[in-house]
Structures are given as C-alpha cells and as structure tokens.
Design a protein around this ligand. Structure first.
Ligand code: G3H
Ligand code: 13P
Ligand code: ZN
Length: 311
C-alpha cells in the first residue's frame, strides 16, 4: 500500500469515536519506534515532519524512512507537514511526495489566514493532497515561534464555518487549551480543555475532522528520571490524558504528540549513560531509546487515542 491521505482515516475515526495519533519524526529510531507500536496494535498512523525536522534530517531521508515504514508494516500511513508557514514550503512537500500538509497561518489576521490557506488548498487539491489549517493560537514553542500564554487565544466557534467554507481545508486545528512543548503549565495548576468550545465547533461543522496540537501530557515519571540522571528540567505539567480521550470521542480525529516522545527518549538515554558510562556504541543507547518510544506510542494508541485495531 502506498502512503495514504488522511481522508479515509478521519472519516472512520469521526464515526468510530477515536482519534489518529500524529507523531513527529526526526530520525530512523523515532520512525521505527512509532511504527513498531502501530504495527503491533494495527493502528492507522500519521507521521509528521516539522520545518525544523526537514532541515535537520533532509526531505529525501525522511521520505525514504517513511516509505520503508509503509513497506515494513503494510499500515495506512499518512506523511504530513507539521506547521507549514508558507506556500513555498507546503508546495515543496506536496511536490516531494507528502500526502498531507498543514498551513499554519493562525498568527495572521483572519482574512490573511483565509487567503494563504486557500492558496495552499488549491495547489494541494490539484495534486491529491489534503490540507490542515488552524484557527486560534496555542501557547508554547513550535519551531522558532514562542507564543506566551497571554498571547494565546481560544478558537472562536462563530468563525469556523466561514473559515472552512472559504478555504476548502480538509481538517481544522483549534485552540481549546492545549499548548506546545514540555513546559505547558506550572505544577499545582489544573489544566482543563475547553470541551464546550469543541462541542460548539462540532455543532457548526458536523462531520468535519478537528485537530488538537500540543497534546503531550508530560509524564512526571520521565521528567523525574531525566532529573535523577543529570538533567535539569524545571517542573511542568501537561494535558491530562483523560481529557484528550474525551476529545477523541468527539470531533477530534488527529492528536499531535511530540514532546512526550522526546521525554521518553531522553530519559532512556540519560539513564543508560548513567548505568553504562563505559559504553560508546550508539546502537547500545539508541536501541533502548527506540524501545522507549515504542512503549510510549503503544500507551497513547490504547489509552488516549483509542485507535488500536482500526487499521
Ligand atoms: O509543534 C511543534 C513540534 O513539536 C515540532 O517541533 O519544530 O522543534 O521540530 P520542532
Ligand atoms: P507537544 O509539544 O505537546 O507534543 O505538541 C506537538 C505538536 O503539536 C506538534 O505539532
Ligand atoms: Zn503543533
């Protein structure tokens, strides 16, 4: 099976009350860890590449790694550009074989967001590629952009219908209280997703797939392991997984997770070096790191997304 778009996956996810995991990839071990988990649990999968990841690893290397994952697993896998910030970047990924792109013009005024999204949609649809757009602004760090909590803003449900109609986008990322990165909320706070906004959006766009970014839960045991093994991460908490599970049962069809994989990988490598200071063969620590990613993704598929057995 070749790479697929998200159209079919989202339709089934919407009707089935579950979500597809969109996991960020940067290198071979990350691709392998994620796809081993999905293959074991027969879960459909979105592998996504940020602008920074594409710069780090090179388009062709990432493309070929993801193609290898398709061959090895036989799973429906979509390859998606995460947070595309220009028409040119989206075009380059479409021309280069991605099956889905995000144009993130959410920081621009409404009319500019619509115009840029429409431009990408026209090109993408002519090439059989689907487009995710965004309305509302998440807090946190993505690529070089750092949005403070004060500058973040929830999606206004009254805007979504006009936005989707005028842009022709295939899915919509909304801001309902998630946030990018590992430092989302101060310890002691009680993060709550605005599921009421999600429900309002769902009423206005029945059957339309919604996306949540910034959905890592920042498991405290991994932060602790990092700090016990020479790291120095200040305390932070993430999005409670039970709230994401509720969102996945509603109109949310795609949930983005990156930071939790980074935490799992880093905790494992730090622990490994502490236990084996004499080792220097990268396979010795990248192998267990790949396993740690696999276990994290299995947990997300079963306990958060509910997409196991849906491939
Ligand atoms: O939301 C952003 C993703 O976590 C990708 O992060 O730009 O550091 O690759 P990155
Ligand atoms: P996290 O930083 O919460 O993992 O979010 C990742 C993301 O939204 C990628 O687009
Ligand atoms: Zn994101």
């Amino acid at each position: 099976m070749p790479l697929v778009t998200t159209t079919e996956m989202f339709k089934k996810a919407y009707d089935g009350g579950y979500a597809i995991g969109a996991f960020n990839v940067n290198n071979m071990e990350i691709v392998q860890g994620i796809t081993e988990a999905a293959a074991e649990l027969r879960a459909p999968l979105i592998l996504q590449v940020s602008k920074g990841a594409r710069k780090y690893a090179n388009h062709t290397y990432l493309m070929k790694l993801v193609e290898a994952a398709v061959i090895e697993t036989g799973l429906p896998i979509a390859l998606h550009l995460d947070h595309g910030d220009s028409f040119e970047l989206c075009k380059s990924c479409i021309d280069g074989g991605f099956t889905s792109v995000m144009i993130d013009a959410s920081s621009k005024p409404f009319e500019e967001n619509i115009a840029l999204t429409r431009q990408v949609v026209d090109y993408a649809h002519d090439h059989g590629v689907v487009v995710e757009a965004e309305l509302g602004t998440l807090a946190g760090i993505e690529d070089e952009v750092n949005v403070s909590a004060e500058d973040s803003s929830y999606t206004r449900p009254e805007d979504v219908q006009e936005f989707v109609e005028r842009t022709g986008c295939d899915s919509l990322a909304i801001a309902i209280g998630t946030s990018h990165g590992a430092y989302k909320f101060k310890p002691g706070t009680d993060p709550k997703l605005r599921l009421d906004i999600l429900e309002d959006v769902e009423k206005r766009l029945p059957g339309f797939p919604i996306v949540l970014h910034g959905s890592s839960s920042v498991p405290q045991e991994f932060v602790k392991l990092i700090n016990e093994n020479g790291g120095n991460m200040p305390g932070a908490i993430g999005i409670p997984e039970e709230q994401l599970r509720l969102a996945a049962k509603k109109a949310v069809c795609k949930i983005n997770i990156d930071s939790d994989l980074r935490l799992a990988m880093t905790a494992c490598i730090r622990q490994y070096f502490n236990a084996h200071p004499e080792h220097f063969d990268p396979r010795q620590y990248l192998g267990p790191a790949r396993d740690a990613i696999r276990e994290m993704v299995k947990h997300k598929i079963v306990d958060v997304l509910g997409c196991d057995g849906k491939a």
